[in-house]
Design a protein around this ligand. Structure first.
Ligand code: UDP
Ligand code: MG
Length: 343
């Protein structure tokens, strides 16, 4: 007997890759609508991909969330993640990355200073095999002399201090493949400087240049205090140089002490014109303070090792090429937890 029962027709599965677009919003009531309009215009033109738009509200105290929730009712791609208070730009981006489920994630600001029209080029580079595609700002319209100067100085000083170099102008407008952002999620540190962390994880990287326009509406939410805090976090979490400085000063001080004592003893032997008490006091001061600084430097070294342990970063990350040419991330954690595959 033949059965006439047929399975209900299944809707054809959408096989286009899903891309997560993540944008933080803090008191962006004036800019968020314009931003979403421009973003959706670009995304609608990219018919080879599916998108989820994750907007992270970073504890806004204006009506940003209400506006975003109203827009989300009209667009199923839009998801609003509201943080309980203002945690800062870097934490908001991290919250978005934690919620992402795309084959790639794109981070960009919600004031149109990061032009959504650059997204097709980021995706192109990703499809060509890059895991991390950073947008590099070559010029910012209407940026103040102060902001340009502090930004340039920051990149220069950071690269002098740190073993993890970052490219000047490559801020937080970036595409990350899933293996790369999953690897990034495995870095548990609380004080986050994403630019440095993205450089630290490695992976295949490409750069795309762009000109940043002026903010579309509202004022910058990065106050000078917030900028200083980020710079300090960056310098301290990517360099142990400040801890080691005391040791270097100590060595210099001790050498100076030795040279000075040798000179004094030589003078005394040749000319015998020593002021009693003075030379030995200065020489001993230099030697003793030098020795103290050297020991502080040694303590600094221990502290920098402890600091690295406390950050709990994976010992290494593997980049494992698959048949598709895309990489897979594997993270090997310190012995207390078993090695975990991340993707
Ligand atoms: N932002 C945030 N939390 C903050 C400060 C800023 O989520 O505490 C967001 C802000 O809404 C914007 C992005 O981070 O989307 C960059 O901030 P902003 O444009 O004010 O910084 P600037 O471009 O002036 O450096
Ligand atoms: Mg901005």
């Amino acid at each position: 007997m033949t059965s006439h029962i047929t399975a209900p027709a299944q809707p054809a599965a959408d096989l286009r890759p899903l891309v997560s677009v993540i944008s933080p919003c803090y008191n962006e009531s004036a800019a968020c609508r314009l931003f979403l309009v421009e973003l959706c215009k670009t995304l609608d033109s990219l018919t080879d991909f599916r998108f989820e738009i994750l907007i992270v509200d970073d504890g806004s105290n204006d009506d940003t969330v209400d506006r975003l929730v109203a827009y989300a009712a009209d667009d199923p791609r839009l998801r609003i993640i509201a943080l309980s208070r203002n945690y800062g730009h870097q934490a908001a981006l991290s919250a978005g990355l934690d919620q992402a489920s795309g084959a790639a994630a794109i981070l960009l600001d919600s004031d149109l200073q990061h032009p959504p029209t650059l997204i097709p080029r980021l995706l192109e580079s990703w499809e060509a095999g890059s895991d991390i595609v950073s947008a590099v700002r070559v010029h910012t319209a209407q940026a103040s002399i102060f902001k340009n100067a502090t930004s340039r100085t920051f990149y220069r000083v950071f690269n002098m201090l740190s073993d993890t170099p970052i490219v000047s102008g490559a801020a937080d407008f970036v595409l990350l493949s899933r293996p790369a952002y999953v690897a990034l999620r495995s870095l548990p540190e609380r004080h986050r400087f994403l630019r440095g962390m993205i450089s630290w994880i490695g992976f295949k990287r490409a750069y795309v240049e762009y000109e940043a326009s002026a903010r579309v509406a509202g004022n910058s939410k990065y106050t000078t205090a917030k900028m200083i805090r980020l710079a300090v976090t960056a310098a301290l979490s990517f360099s142990s140089m400040p801890l080691r400085l005391a040791g270097r000063f100590g060595i210099a001080c001790s050498l100076l002490g030795f040279v000075y004592l040798a000179y004094i003893i030589g003078r005394w032997a040749i000319y015998g014109d020593l002021v009693p008490g003075w030379a030995s006091t200065i020489g001993i001061c230099l030697l003793l303070s030098g020795t103290q600084l050297i020991f502080i430097g040694i303590i600094g070294h221990y502290m920098s090792l402890m600091f690295d342990e406390a950050k709990g970063r994976p010992v290494y990350l593997l980049r494992d090429a698959t048949r598709s040419g895309r990489s897979a991330a594997m993270c090997v954690r310190p012995p207390q937890s078993n090695g975990a595959r991340l993707d």
